[in-house]
Design a protein around this ligand. Structure first.
Ligand code: FNR
Length: 387
């Protein structure tokens, strides 16, 4: 029923707020400090507007894209979201199954609660996202595991040198591992669907606290230890490590979390095959510029590297504005997390379908039959500060 009343991506948030315990909803919706970076992301799309073309035969439209030798049905994918098994039972598989049923890219988070091998096995097209410490041995060990699992695209997230301010987690009662406070107990009891369908099922399958840890051997302590650690304990990841990763990883390598054109060109020079412009959905540095604002400058600076971005994308029109400014593909985070919380795989599929329909409809109204035309000649379709 909740699913029937979701007519656009933002509707999932409203239902997830009701269906998920407050700490879990709070974890998804959290943004750093005063949410200025988050607001920048959402508002940035208002800075430019479409100029549609008319009397074009748009009876056949193709929303597909090709990226890293793969064909995808849509120009958007699922951004990595950690701990998704807390939103719905075995959330990483729900996200991955939905992505493969709709033929869109999906990035599995390195902060998953289930083994990365299971996702790779079910969806060989899934990309894997890693948070790496600046430690050559650990980088080497993780690379080996990801290669063995069969992933073909690796994303390294580079905008988390330290943990962000945890103010929002504390306010909503979220922690890793989940602390069994009276508040959490009450929240669980008052959300029986989540308690029985997600949490207790997970406990029955994996036990507490034997969640998998993607960085260590199977059966190792729970992933939250990694999430909690101060990344600086093991040395910070730096550009030298990127060179090492490039040597170890023969398949497409994507760097996520870049905003500056200088960093983007450094990444391209060191052999990155793709860049995801991102401020982590406004969850790291508050007041960060929106990736959308930086997009034209980065595309100009790195004309041969596929530039992607995420942050604040909620409508098909947002996706098309990104493509018009030169993005090859975009990613969406929170809405798919909320959709998972509302109805698991079915919810995520519905969210994908809604966004796909908006893109298709908007293409027709723009006078477009292929997305390649938009990327090649975006200026023709946009008016705005940078267009
Ligand atoms: C994230 N994000 C994220 N990024 C990453 O590289 N690894 C991760 O494990 C996570 N985990 C995560 C959890 C949750 C709950 C959220 C909301 C986000 C950031 C994510 O990949 C993406 O950059 C943003 O979510 C994009 O912004 P929107 O679409 O949420 O506005």
């Amino acid at each position: 029923k909740a699913l029937d009343s979701c007519l656009c991506l933002n509707d999932f948030e409203r239902h997830a707020r009701r269906l998920l315990p407050e700490p879990i909803f709070g974890y998804i919706s959290a943004a750093a400090e005063d949410r200025a970076a988050f607001d920048n992301n959402v508002n940035a799309f208002k800075s430019c507007a479409f100029i549609h073309r008319v009397l074009v035969d748009v009876s056949h439209r193709d929303c597909g894209i090709a990226l890293f030798d793969q064909e995808y049905a849509q120009p958007f994918g699922i951004a990595p979201v950690g701990l998704s098994a807390l939103f719905t039972y075995r959330g990483d598989l729900a996200l991955s199954n939905a992505a493969s049923s709709r033929r869109i890219p999906m990035i599995m988070s390195g902060s998953s609660l289930i083994p990365l091998e299971e996702v790779a096995q079910r969806n060989p097209q899934a990309w894997f996202q890693a948070y790496l410490p600046g430690d050559a041995d650990q980088i080497d060990a993780l690379m080996r595991r990801v290669i063995r699992a069969g992933f073909k695209t690796l994303v390294i997230t580079v905008d988390t040198p330290v943990h962000p301010n945890k103010e929002h987690y504390i306010r909503s009662g979220f922690s890793t591992p989940l602390r069994f406070t009276p508040r959490l107990f009450w929240q669980g009891v008052s959300h029986p669907r989540w308690l029985a369908g997600t949490f207790l099922k997970t406990v029955a399958k994996h036990g507490i606290p034997h969640f998998e840890n993607n960085y260590a051997s199977r059966g190792a302590p729970i992933v939250s230890r990694h999430i909690e650690r101060d990344f600086s304990d093991r040395g910070h990841l730096n550009w030298e490590h990127v060179k090492l990763i490039r040597r170890l990883w023969k398949h497409p390598l994507v760097i996520k979390g870049i905003l500056s054109p200088q960093d983007a060109s450094m990444a391209a020079e060191l052999g990155a095959d793709g860049i995801i412009l991102s401020n982590h959905g406004g969850r790291q540095l508050d007041g960060a510029v929106s990736p959308f604002e930086m997009l034209p400058l980065v595309v100009e600076r790195c004309p041969r590297t596929p530039i992607m971005l995420d942050g604040g994308i909620r409508r098909g029109s947002d996706v098309l504005k990104c493509l018009a400014l030169g993005a090859r593909c975009v990613f969406v985070g929170r809405p798919f997390a909320y959709a998972a919380g509302v109805a698991g795989q079915r919810g995520i599929e519905k969210a994908i379908d809604l966004l796909s329909a908006e893109i298709d409809r908007n293409m027709a109204m723009l006078g477009l039959t292929r997305l390649g035309d938009l990327r090649a000649d975006g200026q023709r379709f946009l008016r705005g500060p940078d267009a």
